[in-house]
Ligand binder design. Sequence first.
Ligand code: NAD
Length: 438
Amino acid sequence: MKICVIGTGYVGLVAGTCFAESGNDVTCVDVVEEKIAALKRSEIPIYEPGLEELVRRNIAEKRLTFTTDIAASVTAAEICIIAVGTPMGHARAADLSAVMAVAETIAKAMNGRKVIAIKSTVPIGTADRVRRTVASLTKHPFDVISNPEFLKEGAAIDDFMKPDRVVIGGSSETAIEKMKELYAPFVRTEQPIIVMDNCSAEMTKYAANALLATRISFINEMANLCEKVGANIDDVRRGIGHDRRIGHAFLFPGVGYGGSCFPKDVQAVISTAQDHQLDFTLLRAVEDVNDRQKRLLAGRVLEHFGGDVTGRRFAIWGLSFKPRTDDMREAPSVIIVDRLLAAGATLAVHDPEALDEAKKVFGNRVTYHRVNYEALEGADALIIVTEWNEFRRPDFERMKKLLKSPIIFDGRNLYERSTMQQFGFTYYSIGRTPLRHE
Ligand SMILES: NC(=O)c1ccc[n+]([C@@H]2O[C@H](COP(=O)([O-])OP(=O)(O)OC[C@H]3O[C@@H](n4cnc5c(N)ncnc54)[C@H](O)[C@@H]3O)[C@@H](O)[C@H]2O)c1
């Protein structure tokens, strides 16, 4: 099939590349010229494991091309997939300006029947809005399909190639069949393709993210209670996770959820509910708990040092909002860094992949270290914000020698308390009693 994917970010680039990998002719389109120029040279603008190799192969085999010319790519395609950003906009609702701008451009460029598939996460009713806009600008026939994306950054290729399910929302049998055909190579192990109306497909994406965010806020609040009563959240988490009704995923306590999806999608659901005179009390609480959790670790550092960290130096390991990505959007590290800098500390930061993105956020307010141990030199404590695998089994003796004092604030519960005890660290984690050695 001939496809164009409009919006070449985390979702568009992964989707376009995977569709090319399964044999389709794909053109990825973006308005950012430097991004397209770099991709044409096979330079990948984001860090996503496995993506670079796939992009290079499909460029070389001429199934994947890049352009800034939306109109030409629409003319050549039978399926136009919209994957532009839908950031939080006015009154915390999703900003649809990019989606609608693309819909207009598609309409004006149409030269025959097209399937317009919306992959961006969009509020309920957007497919109808796109349908009305396109219909007002073209005489050509078209169908609007809602095809929300469920991939996770850091495992995006795997998620896309082996989805748990594919959701297709729409009413046209032929368009739905075309979409099923497009996804057939990815569901060969009997994952379901679930067909529904546009509105339900749009809601499914929000419902999924809202529920996952709810699990995170639940376990974080439970962790805080565990700490108060002397229970260990990791034991409690295992104790409930083995219950098949509950499961283990998204039940890890931490420093709050971030990223480009959960915060804005939770807010978009609250906003949609308000538009319909419904107060989504549960999700407002999910958001409140998360805001508090994002401030918890910095608060704990300040408390340990008696409220005054002027002139103190801290090392931070992990800046991206989660491991295996360089995405800094809404990352809890931003709040932690800002709060400690405002309190007079100096910060030496390390992240395996996100340092370039972090520089765009923190500028010269912190020092950057490519090697994690180098950030520790002379630091009053280590603060762990993102659970990169490479932090799980470090050389604790070396860490102790480099740190001015052996103190770790672990926002991800990477270490066993018994190990920390053995090495003589003062150790704060989430939902477990602190270990103090002074
Ligand atoms: N990132 C994720 O993990 C994820 C997962 C599932 C769904 N989503 C949803 O997918 C959508 C895209 O997310 P993302 O993370 O890929 O965003 P992103 O910001 O990484 O990429 C969006 C791209 O769209 C481009 N763009 C903006 N306006 C454009 C226009 N008018 N024409 C052409 N290109 C344009 C931008 O330049 C950018 O490259 C969002 O709605 C998001 O909520 C994201």
